[in-house]
Design a protein around this ligand. Sequence first.
Ligand SMILES: [Zn+2]
Ligand SMILES: [Zn+2]
Length: 243
Amino acid sequence: MKIWKALFEGQTITCMGCGASLSESIHGLCRRCASNIPWLSELKCRICGRDMDCPDCAGIRRQGFICNRSAVRYEEPIIDWMARYKYRGDEQLSALFGDLLQLAWKRLTHDIPKLRGLPVAVTYIPLSQERAMERGFNQTEQMAQRLSSLQGFKVFELLKRVRHTEKQSFKSRTERAESLKHVFGLNREEAGRLYHWASKQKKQPVIVMIDDIYTTGSTLREASNVVRGSIPLPIFCLTAARS
Ligand SMILES: [Zn+2]
Ligand SMILES: [Zn+2]
């Protein structure tokens, strides 16, 4: 496959999951690791892309995005690979997660064929400055870049964090939503770039917003509301994993 030729140019070919050397690769993984990927199977919730009945999306009144699609369930070995990528700085995994986003995009355009061939502006959830400093990179930005280079999309850094938040992982749904209020602000310079780019497109573009994991959707909801407040383009979300 073409992607893999590019990915492996100048790199030693080992499995990103277990480190075994590869004779053939499936998304940069050996056959065994690839067979352990917990793919999201059947779509049950058309809003958040879950494969089980979803009480979460029923009560939501206002959200800036139309729907989310993910590629995999947030289970092992994805949890482990994500932790290696985000917290232990194993940046080669950006390729795998970027590919998962591409699969999520394929899922979205399968469900909404009208999206095919439209110009796409990709944006992503920003890290707070504190976290960017300690991590040295933003995983969602890397994943957005990877998806965009695979698909020929254009990346815009539409959001900035105006406030630092504590880790979301241990919070309840309501706590999450509360703590995210007024966390994001619009990056006006990039919004200007987007306007300029959009005005030159033959068709109306859509915005694709990237995050690594979709949990309750509150981060993407808050972020997309900020973008929608100033930019009247439809927003779709892509996440690598659905928890
Ligand atoms: Zn492996
Ligand atoms: Zn849902």
